[in-house]
Design a protein around this ligand. Structure first.
Ligand SMILES: *[C@@H]1O[C@H](CO)[C@@H](O)[C@H](O)[C@H]1NC(C)=O
Ligand SMILES: *[C@@H]1O[C@H](CO)[C@@H](O)[C@H](O)[C@H]1NC(C)=O
Length: 172
């Protein structure tokens, strides 16, 4: 009877070990799909992560790093859009709103790339999250000015930021 039990439980044991190690080593597309599925904008998340070639072999930590870098890249892009508008302002009111949007995005992008990534490398994930929170504030502030030419940029940036925050939260 003891032998029979062993014969039954051994394959089960082998199967459970296989399942556990798959979960721990999960990488690439299945991990991206799973990770992005837990965010508010899975499509935005998937296209962002997949645009980086490193994502195909990244684990959760790797994907979080890519997402964090991506939020800085997107903030810089938004700063670029605001900068062009700023240079082409016809009155002080417009110039002032566009400059505020530009300054916020430009400054916060550098903070994410600087202290954000540094904290991330040190394993201080919660702290690395802080400059991303700043970006959320910048977006809210810029959006409150109602600059029509920045509506789309702000909407996209706000979606990316939401995704990045959710993914970073997986680490702490
Ligand atoms: C600059 O602003 C004017 C309106 O003030 C607009 O017609 C023009 O398309 C703008 N140019 C650029 C490059 O944004
Ligand atoms: C963007 O920010 C960096 C530092 O945060 C600053 O050195 C640079 O001058 C800013 N760019 C512009 C055009 O203001």
């Amino acid at each position: 009877m003891g032998i029979k039990l062993l014969a039954v439980s051994l394959p089960l044991l082998v199967i459970s070990i296989a399942v556990i190690s798959t979960a721990a080593d999960e990488k690439g597309e299945p991990l991206i799909t799973k990770t992005c599925g837990g965010t508010e904008f899975p499509d935005v998340c998937t296209s962002a992560l997949e645009s980086d070639p490193r994502s195909s072999s990244a684990d959760v930590k790797g994907l979080s790093r890519i997402a964090l870098e991506f939020s800085a890249t997107k903030a810089k892009e938004a700063a670029g859009v605001a900068y062009k508008l700023m240079q082409n302002s016809s009155d002080y009111g417009d110039w002032s709103k566009r400059t505020t949007c530009f300054d916020g995005y430009n400054f916060t992008a550098d903070r994410i790339k600087g202290e954000g990534l540094q904290y991330f490398e040190e394993g201080k994930y919660e702290k690395s999250h802080q400059p991303v929170n700043l970006l959320t504030d910048d977006i809210k502030f810029c959006t409150s000015f109602g600059v029509p030419q920045l509506v789309e940029t702000n909407t996209m940036l706000s979606r990316f930021t939401s995704v990045v925050k959710t993914i970073l939260h997986l680490l702490f």
